[in-house]
Design a protein around this ligand. Structure first.
Ligand code: S3P
Length: 168
């Protein structure tokens, strides 16, 4: 089974992805790590020096290359499902899980970790809130195509594993 965790920055994709992979004995990948290794640059530097469209292109290429692998869990960057036909591709390859985390939880995390994320770096709390509202609204059309939708603050990893087994 291939499982794709999607959702906004700070929604908990990597944490949950890693945890579920461990419990199911599957390999875990983080798409941002794959990109950083491929380009040999940090995400922040890729955005700064090469631009977002270059990043999106590499992101799409790295996602497509996973086609050849079986049985893994991938945490995608927040924008990955929203470019090219990435969302349809992931739905055709395996089970997509949208981490539909409450906005205030993501905002708190993003305020703490903004420096590692080029899209929210240096934003004031007010500006960040506005950014989350706008960007999330724009991205809902993609995220909502996920096969499974969870609120990670309302269920346990065990609940998700049960849901995944039903969709296998
Ligand atoms: C992005 C999310 C980031 C990373 C890049 C762009 C986005 O990943 O891919 O900074 O467009 O939402 P995380 O969602 O893992 O922070």
């Amino acid at each position: 089974m291939k499982i794709f965790f999607i959702g906004f920055m700070g929604s908990g994709k990597s944490t949950w992805g890693r945890l579920i992979a461990e419990q199911l004995g599957k390999t875990f990948f983080d798409l941002d790590d794959i990109i950083e290794n491929r380009v040999n640059m940090k995400i922040n530097d890729i955005f700064e020096k090469k631009g977002e469209s270059y990043f999106r292109k590499i992101e799409g290429v790295c996602l497509r290359e996973l086609h050849e692998l079986n049985d893994f869990i991938l945490a995608c960057g927040g924008g990955a499902p929203c470019y090219f036909d990435n969302m349809a591709l992931m739905n055709s390859m395996g089970v997509t899980v949208w981490m539909n985390t409450p906005k205030h939880v993501m905002a708190t995390r993003l305020l703490e970790e903004a420096e590692h994320r080029p899209l929210v770096k240096g934003m004031s709390p007010g500006k960040l809130q506005e950014f989350i509202d706008d960007k999330l609204e724009e991205r809902l059309q993609y995220y909502s195509q996920a096969r499974l939708v969870i609120d990670p603050t309302a269920i346990t990893p065990k609940d998700l594993i049960n849901q995944l087994r039903e969709h296998a």
